[in-house]
Design a protein around this ligand. Sequence first.
Ligand code: LIP
Length: 258
Amino acid sequence: MTELALRFAAAQTIIRELGAFALGYFNDRDALGITMKGAQDWLTVADGKVEALFRQRIAELFPGDGVMGEEQGGGASDRLWIIDPIDGTANFAHGDRQWCVSIGFLRNGVPELGLIYAPAMDELYLARRGHGATMNGKAMAPADTTAMNRATLEIGWSNRRPLDDYLTLVRAAYGLGANVKRGASGALGIAHVALGRTDGYVEVHINSWDVAAGVVIAAEAGAVINDFFASPDALTEGNPILCAAPGIAADFRALARI
Ligand code: LIP
């Protein structure tokens, strides 16, 4: 088995274990220990515990690999795992099922593996560069939408950028007749475009742990996605993200200027 096939197989077992572990906290709200890292930036006990378990599993199986995570940080490495232990923590903290575990793997800076698991909905998104993308074993494909006035667009928001940046995008999207939504999980937002549930996802600033898996899943499903890791500091500083169904990609990119 190649090193990528080995890591892809292991990561599938690990993400299911992490998902079940996180679901235990989700269903036991007294154990959540909810706090805030900043305005509308939620944190629970589960975020740290899930990331710690992931780091333990990688240290056991691939001791030479690097790990970067939302809670404990990390940096560049030739073989780098990037984890968001609970993406959609605001939803998780409120008992809303729209959250997931997101794991990406980069080799020499190239995104090779993407895994997103939403255990409360039992949806597992998997992709390996050059090998396609699946959701619960079925091949994924974006929608064939070609007009913005028939599109459903998801626009992400956080306090990391001025509110006007977000509102300008929302106004422009409605102006083109699109349906606009916000799910508060960047990873699931990208996965839903790749699955054809929505037609586009954009966020003016997002972190690498939110998108490391989604960029592989989207590209392998045939969606259009910007080259998030093109700039060297994207790994630690973040970047804009835009993902779209091919038929509306040009219009959506023009709208978002990304
Ligand atoms: C969330 C991202 C989302 C963004 C939120 C938050 P978290 O990540 O997935 O795209 O809009 O502000 O950053 O905090 O739930 O892991």
